[in-house]
Design a binder for this molecule. Structure first.
Ligand SMILES: C[S@@+](CC[C@H](N)C(=O)[O-])C[C@H]1O[C@@H](n2cnc3c(N)ncnc32)[C@H](O)[C@@H]1O
Length: 325
């Protein structure tokens, strides 16, 4: 499914440089080199000699790629609304941090049009390989993907807007992460982030016992693996503490109106990637989760109830970097 990438710095790799102090920022030259190099982007990678990026709890395997893609279908209309409200418009240069398989980058690319530019950055080669394939299939020449952690991303020409979806909740210190993001933003530039609020999870009417049970596994697992379960409602204070001016925000969720909707499958794929943690932490046994039948059981439960569910709530917040424009 994904292009196999050579390990380390093998033949065909362009080491887009990240010079600078240990764990620190790279020189401006790094990003420019990447922008102008004739080397195919699928071989681009920023070296991360000292980057102190935290491990990503969902891992980097195919099942996580599947989960990200499914989840992106569920959240696309909500994220598009957030980006529009934040003020993304034709001609802007946008950085998408933690871009995964590229879904938010593609939404941004629609809004900025061919006169703009979108750079998606993620540290996982496997996700980026898929993002590049998808950009090519859509004939999007104004979207580029770069392999790097945010922590190791060299400074370049500042962006007009920086966006990120479902990335802050995985950071040990979201405030310093946003501060790092903002270093790549021009004064007056837009920051738009879209994150889950897990405190408001598992809304269903009428009540669905299996659906509630799934959430009784998910919440402690998320908490105990370091996922920020209140990231959605902490976005405003996080952006402010990182020195940004918050302009506005929205809360939204997708309604699972048909029993076998993507909403159910996205939830099940999240349980699948967290299952090893659930077992390790003693939160649930693989036998009771029975992951391969979980979607069918949830679907049957929802169908029998003739109800609706909202698997999760997303909070979108946007603001700008203060300073002379
Ligand atoms: C849940 S996925 C979201 C992907 C994408 N934003 C979306 O909404 O479809 C989180 C992504 O953040 C990336 N990520 C996490 N920490 C990162 C860091 N420090 N630097 C760059 N990428 C990071 C992961 O590799 C993963 O692809």
């Amino acid at each position: 499914m994904d292009a196999a990438l050579p390990p380390g710095r093998g033949r065909g790799w362009l080491s887009v440089i990240a010079p600078g102090p240990p764990g620190g920022r790279g020189g401006r030259q790094g990003l420019r080199a990447c922008a102008s190099s004739p080397t195919p982007e699928s071989h681009m990678r920023v070296e991360e000699p000292n980057a102190a990026a935290a491990e990503y709890v969902h891992g980097n395997e195919d099942r996580e790629l599947r989960r990200i893609l499914l989840q992106a279908q569920v959240y696309a209309p909500l994220t598009e609304g957030v980006l529009r409200s934040a003020g993304l418009k034709p001609g802007m240069r946008v950085l998408d941090v933690g871009c995964g398989a590229g879904d938010v980058s593609f939404l941004a690319a629609e809004l900025v049009g061919p006169s703009g530019e979108v750079v998606g950055v993620d540290r996982e080669a496997r996700f980026l390989a898929r993002a590049r394939q998808r950009a090519e299939a859509r004939n999007l020449s104004h979207v580029r993907f770069l392999q790097s952690s945010l922590e190791a991303l060299p400074a370049g020409a500042p962006f007009d807007a920086i966006v990120g979806r479902l990335v802050l909740m995985f950071q040990p210190d979201p405030v310093s992460f946003v501060r790092r993001m903002a270093e790549h933003l021009r004064p007056g530039g837009v920051m738009a982030v879209h994150e889950l609020e897990l405190a408001a999870m598992g809304l269903a009417h009428p009540k669905l016992p299996l659906f509630n049970r799934v959430w009784s596994w998910m919440l402690p697992t998320c908490e105990r693996t370091g996922i920020k379960v209140h990231m959605g409602l902490e976005l405003v204070s996080t952006l402010r503490r990182a020195g940004l001016v918050v302009d506005d925000g929205v809360v939204g969720g997708r309604l699972g109106v048909t029993p076998d909707a993507e909403t159910t499958h996205a939830l099940v794929e999240t349980v699948r990637t967290l299952l090893p943690h659930m077992e390790r932490l003693g939160v649930a046994l693989a036998m009771e989760v029975d992951i391969d039948t979980l979607a069918a059981r949830l679907t049957a439960e929802l169908r029998a109830s003739q109800g609706v569910l909202v698997p999760s709530l997303m909070v979108g917040v946007w603001g700008h970097r203060p300073g002379p424009v």
